[in-house]
Design a protein around this ligand. Structure first.
Ligand code: WQD
Length: 347
């Protein structure tokens, strides 16, 4: 069955969203090859993917900024017809300190891939973008037509520039398609607890900090501000289950490769449509797991958006996709993953 579908190159495929997407692709019958430089992930992720799907994806350890390594990969796998590009640096704070690293890594990766697609007969590329392109929206929920605001970090800027590069290349007549997916806040782990989010060092994002505090690795969570102009004073986000998010990629790949649409470039918001405050998310975690997370409210974090959530109706209607996992189930999955890491002596 697997051999009927076309091969997909997943860049950054051992990372958080990448690994969950490889699982969904393999379960849908797509042969996959991963390229990852392991700069923010671990080779053991391949074991987790294999335990869930029974298939070990092919893997090349290299950076997509290395065009020679990429060219060799395409020569070794002449059957690649689609790309999902997750490979990128993604820490907002770090990008303020190391802008060149971010521009070089994220933009060179994309340009190398786009350049090699045509000579290698690749039909389409799915690109991981972000709700950061909307900045602090004037109106919520945001649709794909909501204004793009000036990026507040080099990381956010790389996502805006990447969207423009893809658009320019396609408008210049490139013989392939692209689907740009703007993610809101992905959280949770695979229900098997075989794969999940495993950031290097001290977590920057909320949920890994919450689970590491709950298990005792961190003393307490610092909540960045409860004096925002929101009903309970805490920031509001659209937290989307990572497996729901991964599934949208399989639909996007299928749409690109089977000519379900004539559009050469399409953009979709991937969110739930529900805004949840940081406090409501903590309540959900405690309700779902029975574990209380010690926290204290501290000052606001520079650069934080007050509130943003998606209008996902375009993705719902056009892709026939919907994020449906209840948030309590998602929180339970994040906790099960953290406990699995402890069981295995990893964290
Ligand atoms: C969520 C909320 C924090 C940590 C980032 C990227 C975005 C996207 C997802 C990227 C905020 C609060 C957090 C903590 C806290 N894509 N918080 N204490 O900033 O919404 O978005 O990740 O990779 O592009 O910018 O996510 O998880 O960092 O924060 O109170 O220790 O949790 O202030 O309100 P964010 P986050």
């Amino acid at each position: 069955m697997a051999s009927k579908k076309e091969r997909i190159l997943v860049t950054g495929g051992t990372g958080y969203i990448g690994s969950h997407t490889v699982v969904e692709l393999q379960q849908a019958g797509y042969p996959v090859v991963i390229i990852d430089d392991l700069s923010n992930s671990n080779i053991d992720v391949l074991d987790g993917i294999e335990r869930i799907t029974g298939i070990r994806p092919d893997f090349v350890e290299a950076s997509c900024t290395d065009i020679e390594a990429l060219s060799k990969l395409f020569a070794d796998y002449p059957d690649i017809r689609g790309i999902i590009n997750f490979a990128a640096s993604k820490a907002v704070g770090e990008s303020m300190q190391k802008p060149i690293l971010y521009y070089r890594n994220n933009l060179n990766t994309l340009m190398n891939l786009l350049e090699l697609m045509t000579p290698n007969n690749v039909k389409g590329i799915v690109f991981s973008s972000s709700c950061t392109v909307y900045g602090e929206p004037d109106v919520n929920p945001v649709t794909e037509q909501s204004p793009i605001k000036k990026a507040t970090s080099p990381y956010g800027n790389t996502k805006q520039i990447s969207e423009e590069i893809i658009t320019d290349v396609i408008n210049a007549g490139a013989p392939f398609k692209s689907i740009i997916l703007r993610y809101f806040n992905p959280v949770g782990a695979h229900p098997s607890a075989e794969i999940g989010e495993l950031p290097n060092g001290v977590p920057q994002n909320l949920i890994p900090y919450v689970t590491q505090t709950a298990i005792g690795i961190r003393k307490e969570l610092s909540v960045f501000g409860n004096d925002y102009n929101t009903p309970d004073g805490y920031c509001i986000r659209d937290f989307i289950n990572v497996v729901d998010l991964a599934k949208a990629h399989v639909i996007a790949v299928e749409r690109m490769l089977t000519d379900k649409s004539d559009a050469k470039i399409e953009i979709f918001n991937l969110g739930t449509g529900n805004g949840l405050s940081v406090k409501e998310l903590l309540d959900s975690f405690e309700r779902a797991t029975g574990v209380k997370v010690p926290y204290k409210v501290v000052g606001r974090r520079a650069g934080d958006i007050e509130k943003v959530w998606a209008d996902p109706s375009y993705a719902n209607n056009v892709l026939g996709w919907k994020a449906e996992t209840p948030i309590d189930d998602t929180m339970r999955s994040a906790w099960a993953w953290q406990k699995k890491l402890r069981e295995r002596g990893i964290m």
